[in-house]
Design a protein around this ligand. Structure first.
Ligand code: DLL
Length: 438
């Protein structure tokens, strides 16, 4: 990769701000012209607003451009947003979503190079190098996690173990036998790996694994502590989405105070999700991303639905690219219960402040006598597992209080024995909505 020194640093991450803004503007102008010329959807939307690519004279002019959304990808399924002929497309990925048709994303050879570059920069910033053996336990296939991490690790020059998801016993065996030093998977799956290793008599803390690259789903600080303590590793949060490129849009550095956005390739904005108004750096809202250098399927001002804020203050690591805060929630994940807006991530954060619980939980929404109810099923950690009623009651009360203090609603807590809540190999399913609709 150009400018990658092999010592955890890539010059592009440390560019002076004025040069970075120049790079962003010239890339933005080029990509908007490309999208306008080659994608009917973007041309129509811009024409409706009376905007032409020539109107983009400064970075703030991006605000004149129309937003795009997931529904636009669905409506143009499968290739309606492609900006190059199919002969230039070398890869397709798709994200299943919860309803209807998947959304499809396409890459040229150069787009794949950009993806590999950002992943490589991120992995290097997390302290990984060509001397590491990295196991990839994100799914390979249409999901972007596996292949995205794979190409990044290869660009870094690391030794890749392309394990994909599943077969947990074999995953643990490979980690031990190959002397794996880095692992990429969802945080919930890594928690499962730690637990299973324990059952097979392997203490993950004694294995050489020292770095975990975890993303694809929201996870809390409490979860980080469980993963780091349980495996003796340093955990890094990585963010991305298929529509923009896949994993590698942003990742933590070793300061762990937000994720650096590779903003020479992905331009971030935060908007008020209700009004669409652009918010100043530091304010929480919906993340909007524009791809500055992806040519097969450029995305202009894509509304991610992910809620966060931009951290513009300089990071201690010296990288000049700005950070985003941990994704606190996805606006689609929010549920409304008795008139109160609740995000699953709020429940996880509160839950994991209580000692003696594991990060395996399930939120079950039901209707009882016409009223919405939340039941929180929580697995106890094996150490805290007890048959003493008093101990269990205390724990239940502590969890209930901790959650109530955050969401303002009384919830029912049901403690369940270790290993009873179904594990997921990819993104964990945290909410079961069994409410009667209508
Ligand atoms: O999940 C890409 C990815 C793979 C990211 C591996 C990181 C690691 P999608 O399946 O399209 O792509 O889902 C994207 O997942 O809009 C967020 O809501 C959520 N998400 C991804 N990373 C994080 C994270 C991949 N670190 C959607 N924290 C995004 C919270 C995340 N949510």
């Amino acid at each position: 990769m150009e400018n990658y020194s092999g010592e955890n640093r890539c010059a592009a991450d440390f560019m002076d701000i004025a040069s970075l803004r120049d790079v962003q503007l010239s890339r933005l102008q080029k990509i908007v012209a490309h999208a306008y010329k080659n994608v009917e959807f973007f041309r129509n939307r811009m024409d409706e607003k009376g905007i032409t690519p020539e109107d983009i004279k400064s970075l703030t002019d991006i605000q004149k451009l129309p937003f795009s959304k997931k529904v636009d990808l669905r409506d143009t399924y499968p290739f309606g947003l492609c900006a190059v002929p199919m002969s230039e497309v070398v890869r397709l990925h798709a994200s299943s979503g919860t309803t209807g048709k998947p959304i499809v994303v396409a890459y040229t050879k150069e787009d794949l190079d950009v993806w590999s570059e950002v992943m490589c920069r991120g992995l290097a910033g997390a302290g990984l190098s060509k001397n590491d053996i990295i196991q990839i336990a994100y799914g390979y296939g249409l999901f972007t996690g596996g292949l995205g991490a794979h190409y990044g690790c290869e660009t870094l020059g690391a030794t890749v173990v392309p394990a994909s998801v599943g077969n947990t016993r074999r995953q643990v065996m490979l980690m031990r036998d190959f002397g794996v030093t880095g692992i990429c998977c969802t945080p919930s799956y890594f928690l499962h790996l730690i637990e299973q290793a324990d059952i097979y008599g392997i203490d993950m803390r004694e294995l050489p694994v020292r770095v975990g690259i975890f993303g694809a789903e929201p996870w809390s600080q409490g979860m980080r502590e469980q993963l780091e303590k349980g495996a003796g590793i340093e955990a890094f949060d990585i963010y991305g989405l298929s529509e923009i490129i896949g994993p590698g849009v942003a990742i933590e550095c070793s300061e762990h105070s937000g994720m650096h956005v590779f903003e020479d390739h992905f331009y971030p904005e935060i908007i008020d999700p209700d009004t669409g108004e652009v918010l100043p750096d530091g304010e929480f809202g919906e993340l909007v991303l524009t791809t500055l250098s992806k040519y097969a399927m450029p995305m202009i001002r894509y509304r991610t639905r992910d809620l966060t804020r931009i951290i513009a203050e300089p990071c201690k690591c010296g990288r000049t690219i700005r950070r985003i805060d941990r994704i606190s929630a996805r606006s689609d994940d929010m549920f409304i219960i008795r008139g109160v807006n609740v995000f699953p991530s709020q429940i996880e954060s509160a839950l994991l402040t209580v000692p003696g619980v594991s990060a395996n939980y399930l939120i079950i929404l039901t209707t009882e006598k016409g009223m919405d109810n939340i039941e929180l099923q929580v697995e106890m950690s094996p150490e805290a597992f007890s048959d003493q009623v008093k101990v269990l009651e205390d724990l239940q009360r502590n969890i209930s209080r901790a959650v109530e203090s955050v969401i303002g609603l009384r919830i029912r807590v049901k403690l369940v024995a270790p290993q009873t809540i179904a594990r997921s190999e990819g993104k964990a399913k945290r909410v079961l909505d069994q409410r009667i609709k209508g």
